[in-house]
Design a protein around this ligand. Structure first.
Ligand code: GDP
Ligand code: MN
Length: 385
């Protein structure tokens, strides 16, 4: 789950990370009122769960309450990368910005450790920095038993060319960010940019935070921060149905039981030259209703040109899955080609239920993947013509 900038920054501040004074507004009049209280020089910032708001026109400086109100009027309701702006953050302007630094604490899954990541090239798209000038990204791993060590922040500070007099504060910020990361079960805490102000102080002017969904049960305060209005419709429906669904960019929709099998299925699709449109785990013991919802979610993605259903029945029963497929097809009209592989518990019964449906069957996963890739390629070609 991602938090909004204002939520992330408030959590950062609880751990001693300096942030600008500010508040959230959902109307231009509120923006005006907050600006008055902040003495007039503010930055009006769209609160949407996506980055690059600055480039999209969602971050604007204002030098008076009138100006802040006008900017808020323009930004509220704006569409940024498919997210509608419902609130703006009104922050006191930084007293000049001398430098923009990138700083994050995140999980390095490869090393199975939290990692500090920093760069002197802050402010811009960090993926682009990593891609074009990887040497500008400095990292250090954190041993959870030890926490952030002074020598680590000294090393990073020197590598990114931070003035010597800011090293102590930099250490406090990194250590605070890590504490914030750890105590909130985050998988990412990111400040981009951490600025050196005209007064020579470090300050977090942006904030991003991703919370591990699996930890929300022990983080009730964070669970309440979820912005349901911002969640894509399909993801909300999946969450409420207990389906694990993540949309991807390919054209082959996948419905699988079990996260491991779902990943394997995506790998095999890739191996045969295809591109998965989503990750979808219907979970163990899924009933027909869940299967139907899963298939509806897949078919609601306009990029999907073929569907691969791969079920290895253990607790999940082939006949329940088959019923769910028919249930979905009775409400969604579609001519997207489908390939089904049912194995394990009640697979035979499942296949009998599906006998009349217009779908290809497959015995093995590799056979199923090849058929799905071929069907998607054919459909893509037909759609082009
Ligand atoms: P993003 O585009 O979604 O990452 O939004 P940011 O919060 O990072 O804002 C984009 C850019 O706006 C920053 O990189 C800064 O250059 C600028 N900006 C943000 N806050 C302030 C501020 O208080 N004063 C000034 N002068 N610029 C700011
Ligand atoms: Mn930013």
């Amino acid at each position: 789950m991602n938090l909004h900038e204002y939520q992330a920054k408030r959590l950062f501040a609880e751990h001693g990370v300096p942030i600008p004074q500010g508040d959230v507004a959902s109307t231009p009049a509120e923006a005006r009122q907050i600006t008055r209280e902040l003495d007039g020089k503010v930055v009006v910032k769209a609160q949407v769960l996506t980055g690059g708001r600055g480039k999209a026109g969602g971050v604007k400086l204002a030098n008076s309450a009138d100006e802040a109100e006008a900017h808020a009027k323009q930004i509220l309701g704006m569409d940024i990368k498919g997210f509608k702006v419902r609130r703006v953050l009104i922050d006191k302007q930084a007293p000049g910005i001398d430098q923009e630094i990138y700083l994050a604490v995140l999980i390095d899954r490869g090393r199975r450790l939290p990692m500090i990541m920093a760069s002197a090239s802050g402010g811009m798209d960090i993926e682009e920095v990593a891609d074009k000038t990887p040497e500008k990204i400095i990292t250090a791993h954190i041993e959870p038993q030890l926490g952030v060590r002074g020598y680590q922040t000294t090393y990073i500070a020197s590598q990114i060319g931070l003035p010597r007099e800011l090293w102590r504060d930099f250490h406090k910020i990194v250590a605070g960010l890590y504490e914030c990361f750890k105590s909130n079960d985050a998988s990412l805490t990111e400040i981009n940019p951490l600025v050196i102000t005209g007064e020579g102080k470090l300050m977090a002017v942006d904030g991003k935070m991703t919370i591990d969904d699996n930890a929300l049960s022990r983080q009730p305060r964070l669970a309440e921060m979820r912005d349901v209005a911002e969640e894509p419709e399909a993801e909300r429906e999946a969450r409420l149905t207990g389906i694990n669904f993540i949309k991807l960019d390919g054209n082959i929709g996948c419905m699988v039981n079990g996260a491991g099998l779902a990943m394997t299925t995506m790998d095999i699709i890739k191996l045969f030259g295809g591109d998965p449109a989503n990750f979808l785990d219907i979970g163990g013991g899924a009933k027909a209703d869940q299967v139907a919802t899963g298939l509806r979610l897949i078919l609601s993605d306009p990029n999907v040109e073929a569907v691969l259903i791969n079920i290895f029945g253990g607790i999940t029963r082939g006949d329940e899955v088959a019923k769910g497929i028919l249930q979905a097809l009775s409400v969604v009209q579609t001519n997207v080609p489908m390939v089904v592989r049912l194995a394990g518990t009640n697979a035979k019964e499942g296949r009998e239920i599906l006998a009349g449906a217009a779908m290809e069957t497959a015995e093995t996963l590799s056979d199923a993947a090849q058929k799905a890739v071929a069907a998607a390629a054919k459909a893509a070609k037909a759609n082009q013509e």
